[in-house]
Design a protein around this ligand. Sequence first.
Ligand SMILES: *Cc1c(COP(=O)(O)O)cnc(C)c1O
Length: 229
Amino acid sequence: MAEEPTDGLAERLARVQGEIADAARAAGRDPEELTTIVVTKFHPTSLVRELHALGVRDVGENRHQDAEPKAAELDDLGLRWHFVGQLQSKKARAVRRYAFAVHSIDRESVVRGLASEEGPALPVFVQVDLTGDPGRGGVALDDVEPLVEHVAAAPGLELLGLMTVAPLGADPRRAFASVREAGERIRRIAPDARSLSMGMSGDFREAIAEGATHLRIGTAITGNRPQPG
Ligand SMILES: *Cc1c(COP(=O)(O)O)cnc(C)c1O
């Protein structure tokens, strides 16, 4: 089945990659230390194939019911699937089968669901919520350390660090700074947890300035998302 190439995809990808490199250098950082994850949620597998042909290897999805069939259909590409959405503990084991990393640990039950005595360790992030809205996913800043202790004690999980989404209407730079500081505090518990998954289409420059290591960028690269199915 021939699919139409997505208008402007290569140009948008190149532009965003250039902007990321500029923001890194402006912050005195090496662009090579940044991982850019292209969030492909709601987009068809044809777009993910196009991204792969353009050199993208890290992709992100936020719903298990979408991510699982996409990862299966694109198994031949060897992509790294990053799970970035809210995770139900009863789906955790299934996510573990295809996910390269899970960015959205926010509860002890999810830690238990993802933990495993077998196979290589799964890289994970603890998600921090800065909105105070329990529906958004993430743990409040004050509750980060107890959750990190659970992750550090769980078999089969490798804690990379913290993840966040900047709250709408707030200054993203300040939001990211608060998560960077929390990231420094958790090193007492998990000395190797040095990564920060933060920065999306509208705020990746601020995230890079505050030490982000993993950017999760959707629309700035993919264009507008189709409506969720
Ligand atoms: C959709 C999504 C993104 C990407 O958002 P854009 O604004 O399209 O860049 C990043 N992180 C999470 C958790 C998301 O759900």
